[in-house]
Design a protein around this ligand. Structure first.
Ligand SMILES: C[S@@+](CC[C@H](N)C(=O)[O-])C[C@H]1O[C@@H](n2cnc3c(N)ncnc32)[C@H](O)[C@@H]1O
Length: 272
């Protein structure tokens, strides 16, 4: 049971701290996600947890509540098309354009447990081996320290691997660690994991050639979505590219981005 009062205070906490809107009617989600935390903390109910967090919103417990409430669904090579576009068009084009600086900077801006940035790194390593002599950096960030910790470890269950990693890439870029698969060191080295809250002021970041901002805008309200996209547009190189999730339309932002025809990927360029 989640009381109205508890649900509303959790909605407010999540929105204030991350911009994520928990829609009315999602009480079942709160029950499923916070039940284990209530038990771990030795509390009697979600109401008790909500009251504690309400009293001390800055305490570590409220962070754990936020992390538990977050949707962190992801998978390797999710939706396939953005990764084939990277391989077939974007990277070849950027390699040609950046020949003078020999530098590429990519960003997975809500990376969850890391499958997205690792997929990007694997594409670069597998299909563009000559980039090993370039300065290629992938920034991978998320608001949740819990998912970032898992992302940094780079260890995945067989089930997570089965959701997207083809066998020929599994044998080349992962090795067994007990019951899990660990991403190889040369792939991990390409990625910097950092905590960045998209809803708050960002740290100083380099200009990006490619940004993956997938399946996170859907959780924000219209105002925050626009604010984040304005900043994303400024963070991209003028000839850089943005990928959003398959269900995320950019029709409301023709002033900020133009769609780039790239097969079935949702790929955009900033307007200047
Ligand atoms: C559904 S996952 C998407 C993961 C990956 N981009 C993908 O498409 O597979 C959404 C992620 O957004 C993160 N997130 C939510 N609000 C955020 C914010 N304000 N700043 C940064 N990340 C946020 C969540 O922690 C979660 O890991």
């Amino acid at each position: 049971m989640v009381t109205r009062e508890a649900f509303e205070s959790l909605q407010e906490l999540l929105r204030r701290r991350t911009g994520v809107v928990l829609d009315d009617g999602k009480e079942y989600l709160v029950r499923a996600r916070l039940g284990p935390l209530v038990r771990r903390e030795g509390l009697g109910s979600i109401g008790e947890l909500a009251a504690l967090v309400n009293d001390r919103p800055e305490a570590p417990l409220s962070r754990r509540v936020i992390e538990a409430l977050m949707t962190t669904e992801t998978s390797f090579f999710r939706d396939v098309h953005p990764f084939s576009s990277l391989k077939e068009r974007l990277i070849p084009e950027l390699v040609e354009k950046r020949g003078a600086t020999r530098r590429l900077q990519l960003w997975s801006a809500a990376c969850s447990t890391g499958q997205e940035p690792y997929s990007v790194a694997i594409v670069l390593r597998e299909y563009f081996p000559h980039l090993a002599s370039w300065e290629v950096r992938i920034l991978a960030s998320d608001v949740s320290g819990a998912v970032l910790e898992r992302a940094r470890m780079g260890r995945y269950s067989q089930m997570e691997i089965n959701r997207g990693v083809p066998t020929h890439l599994l044998v080349r870029y992962f090795h067994r660690e007990g019951l899990q698969w660990e991403v190889s060191e040369n792939i991990r080295r390409m990625i910097d994991f950092r905590e960045i809250n998209l809803a708050e002021p960002w740290p100083l970041l380099p200009s990006m050639d490619v940004i993956f901002l997938r399946n996170v805008l859907i959780y924000f309200d219209d105002r925050l979505r626009r604010r984040v996209l304005e900043r994303i547009a400024r963070q991209l190189e003028p000839d850089g590219y943005l990928f959003v999730g398959g269900a995320e339309t950019m029709m409301a932002y023709p002033d900020l981005f133009e769609r780039v025809e790239m097969g079935r990927s949702s790929c955009y360029r900033p307007r200047r």
